[in-house]
Design a protein around this ligand. Structure first.
Ligand code: PEP
Ligand code: MG
Length: 592
């Protein structure tokens, strides 16, 4: 039966593929294809893991103390039985031999199928046995964890070959939620699109989806319950629509749209090396937002003239409390700097907290775990100042990378002037430590992110200390409107066009320009063509966004005339509906 699910469009384009359902807790399982000749080896890994787990369970049973309740022994028997049950072992082998999934992926795919079957059982006792299957699979995955050859051991091109063997169907990921740290896994994965039940437009999961440039819909509420493993799914990333098992005619229409957007992409790509200059000769700087040093080449390839935001926190995530040391960080920053070949790289100090916890936890789990609102808690610079040793270590690592190119430091979520003093004290100490150790570094500019209304209102005071500012509109909107950016329940109220947001933006850009300090917007607004003219009208000349967005924004810049735009700004800002007012003004002037 074909169904439609509505959600929030977060990453443009159309993806068509078979659904792979992944439980939130299982997203960190490696997903890759194995080459046909590796299939027997992969099935063998499964068999070895099963034997090891059987041995563990037998041993546990034997060593149960005499006084242990007999239910415990019975439970171990149930686990042993499930372990050998063919609905687990045989079906998992089929995912490997027919789909060429790696063993862990095959196992978690089968767990999803079984979990559904258990959920649908009438009998409460049987329904609860789902937890037992999960525990058995958990054990198997833990045992296999040590033996995974991983996709990286495949020769270059082998992933693609393996993919071809696996059949022609592309795959899309369907999950209740994906933690930001797990999204990094998908950067290297096989999925051509994804859908989640929770999340908002600027939740970090959505941001990473955009950086991967794959169509995505979040906040689709019931999607992971309504969609089944292997269903055909169309993800319409422009409309926020998910079509499940569509009719052939609908499928054909979407295939057509897919081809059209590929053509459009190829056309835009030709602008890659064209300088971004408006019709009236205003040069506009288009920078890239990156998450890992490996994103550097893509930034250059997209025509970025530097990195405006390197979200360093992704280096810190998912490490079981083992944070990257100074040398490891230094190498990552240096690699990014070298990849940019002399262009500036703005490294933001860690923005841990809120919907980016250190450990793998989705926003939903976070809310469950903590109850408090983490967005208002110990995050970003607050966390860094609470961990001074860690903060200085990061500053030293960034400073050392400055010996290899042009580096700027950006501090997230500055809200209080008291923080400024502590930041510069930490920097001075880090510099002193490096001098003492005889380490090379250059002078670096230090900037503040303007993402809390308090900082936007008092930007002139902050600019007495900082060399530049970068406006984080994702958070600025969240904090101005009191809307959790990761909460799909209030996503409809998250409004970048809200006059209060526009007022803060205009005030920040204006003040920085007046004081002769450089100002950039690095929130998602910078990469959204709906706001290009507005930001240009406000006097913004530096935009930082995901590399994949640069070509579209450049096209808008090339067609804009900032004289016309600044002439209509006042009318737009005073309108009740600024979006409509801008549209009307542009139409009246025959474009930008
Ligand atoms: C922002 O808040 O706009 C921003 C760029 O930072 P992040 O999205 O990482 O919070
Ligand atoms: Mg932010």
């Amino acid at each position: 039966m074909s169904i439609q699910v509505f959600g929030i469009p977060v990453s443009r384009g159309v993806a068509i593929g078979r659904a792979v359902l992944v439980a939130s807790s299982r997203v960190d399982v490696a997903h890759y294809f194995v080459a046909v000749e590796q299939v027997p080896q992969e099935i063998d890994r499964l068999r070895v893991a099963r034997d090891v787990v059987a041995g563990e369970l037998e041993l546990l049973k034997r060593e149960l103390p005499a006084e242990a309740p007999h239910e415990l022994a019975a439970l171990l028997d149930v686990h042993l039985m499930l372990l050998h049950d063919e609905t687990l072992s045989d079906a998992t082998k089929v995912w490997i031999s027919e789909r060429h999934y790696n063993a862990e992926w095959a196992l978690s795919a089968q767990l999803e199928v079984l979990a559904r079957q258990f959920d649908e059982m009438e009998d409460a006792y049987l329904r609860e046995r789902k937890a037992d299957v999960e525990q058995v699979v958990e054990r198997l995955l833990r045992v296999m964890g040590g033996s995974s050859p991983g996709p990286s051991t495949l020769a270059p091109g082998a992933q693609k070959q393996a993919r071809d063997f696996a059949g022609e169907d592309p795959l899309v990921l369907v999950a209740s939620d994906v933690a930001p740290a797990d999204m990094m896994q998908f950067k290297r994965s096989v999925f051509t699109g994804f859908v989640t039940d929770v999340g908002g437009r600027t939740s970090h999961t959505a941001i990473v989806a955009r950086s991967m440039d794959i169509p995505a819909v979040v906040g689709a509420r019931e999607a992971s319950r309504l969609i089944r493993q292997d269903d055909w799914v169309i993800i319409d990333g422009d409309a926020g629509l998910v079509l499940v098992n569509p009719s052939p005619i609908v499928l054909e229409e979407y295939r057509f749209r897919q081809r059209q957007s590929e053509l459009e992409r190829a056309r835009l790509n030709r602008l890659r090396h064209t300088p971004a200059v408006t019709l009236d000769g205003q040069a506009v700087e288009l920078l890239a937002n990156i998450e890992l040093p490996g994103d550097g080449p893509a930034a250059l390839e997209a025509g970025a003239v530097g990195v405006g935001l390197f979200r360093s926190e992704f280096l810190f995530m998912n490490r079981n409390g083992d944070l990257p040391g100074e040398d490891e960080q230094f190498e990552a920053y240096r690699d990014a700097v070298l990849a940019l070949q002399g262009l500036p790289v703005t490294i933001r100090t860690v923005d841990i907290g809120a919907d980016k916890p250190l450990e793998r936890m989705s926003a939903q789990e976070l809310r469950h775990e903590h109850g408090l609102n983490p967005a208002l808690g110990l995050r970003a610079i607050r966390w860094s100042l609470a961990e001074p040793g860690m903060f200085r270590q990061q500053l030293r690592a960034i400073l050392r990378a400055s010996a290899f190119g042009k580096v700027r430091i950006l501090v997230p979520m500055v809200a209080h002037l008291g923080e400024v003093k502590l930041i510069f004290e930490a920097l001075a100490r880090a510099q002193h430590q490096l001098e003492e150790a005889g380490r090379a570094f250059s002078r670096v500019e230090v900037g503040a992110m303007i993402e809390v209304p308090a900082a936007a209102l008092m930007i002139d005071r902050f600019l007495r200390h900082f060399d530049f500012v970068s406006i984080g509109t994702n958070d600025l909107i969240q904090y101005t409107l009191a809307i959790d950016r990761a909460d799909e329940a209030v996503a409809h109220l998250y409004d970048a066009w809200h006059p209060a947001v526009l007022h803060l933006l205009q005030h920040s850009i204006d003040t920085a320009n007046r004081l002769g300090k450089s100002v950039c917007v690095c929130g998602e607004m910078a990469g959204d063509v709906a706001f290009t003219e507005l930001l240009l009208a406000m006097g913004l000349r530096s935009f930082s966004m995901h590399p994949a967005r640069i070509a579209s924004i450049k096209q808008r810049v090339l067609r804009a005339d900032t004289r016309t735009l600044s002439a209509v700004l006042r009318t737009v800002l005073e309108a009740d509906d600024p979006a409509a007012a801008l549209k009307a003004a542009l139409a009246a002037h025959g474009g930008g």
